[in-house]
Design a binder for this molecule. Sequence first.
Ligand code: UDP
Length: 333
Amino acid sequence: MILITGGAGYIGSHTVLNFIEAGYEVVIIDNLETGHIETVNTLKQYRKVHFIKGDLKNIEDIEKVFNKYKIDAVIHFAAYSLVGESVEHPAKYYRNNTFGTLNLLDTMIKYNVKKIVFSSTCATYGEPKYTPIDENHPQKPINPYGKSKLMVEKIMEDYDSAYGLKSIKLRYFNVAGADNKVRVGEWHEPETHLIPNILKSTFEKEKIFKIFGNDYDTPDGTCIRDYVNVEDLAQAHKLALEYLNKTNTSNVFNIGTEKGDSVKNIFDTCKEILGKEIPVEIAERRAGDTSILYADSKKAQTILNWKPIRTIKDSIHSAYEWEKILYKRLNNK
Ligand code: UDP
């Protein structure tokens, strides 16, 4: 049995589907604060998916899962992930992302479970000193979100030395798209991310998509990011666990496409795919945004044999299919 924390969330739910389709049995723990019960209900239609509502901040909740199921390995997503919010409410991030993970790791040691794949982030690198960013790039996070995740990476190194707990840290770049059968997708309230915000502007009458800054030092003046497809990312977790089972060694991998797309580029591609105009305006820069971020993910490609297969167009297509469903669901249509 694989424990997937945060399995009711965006990346977690796609990873649950990836694992069960590969034949694994999965139990999800999620406090449903940012994850959704509708997502759990969709996943629970599969016999191999179990669910326990629980919070990693309460060690008793975690114990409940380990008492009930024989866990072989953990895939750990449950976390807050908004940079701006982390600056305003740092304690929330350290309590949930760092302290919650400590509870999880301690319970794993208690129950002799010694394998974990951890959802880390390119935010642990901070301001890029060079691009593309490889795993050896210095880690100097500039916000509590990145720091809360870097602390976990460090704790995991110490737990390996002290208790032999083996971890794979996956540092993701931007994530996009939805399940190709549109069973699950990206669902944040409020939505802050680029692609869903562009798409929502086509449904919601009053909504005008805002480009946050067009005076960056990039060819078209808008920020450049590396958008990895969520199904490709889910696959990286499965490959990481297989690597862990085979080698029993801790390691760290960047997961990105190695291609940068500007905000304007993504906007134009959305327009092209939807075949219609989308209301847009240029707004102020958003605090904390760096101009260019994209990954060197050769290590994952070589060692995990992971490959980003889906293009940005694939991601926009599936995201759009999902947005249509979500819009109907949220507006009871
Ligand atoms: N962005 C934008 N308008 C939006 C949302 C995002 O221009 O409504 C820009 C944002 O400033 C950044 C890029 O899109 O340069 C990606 O932002 P997102 O929030 O999707 O991911 P992040 O890079 O913050 O993890």
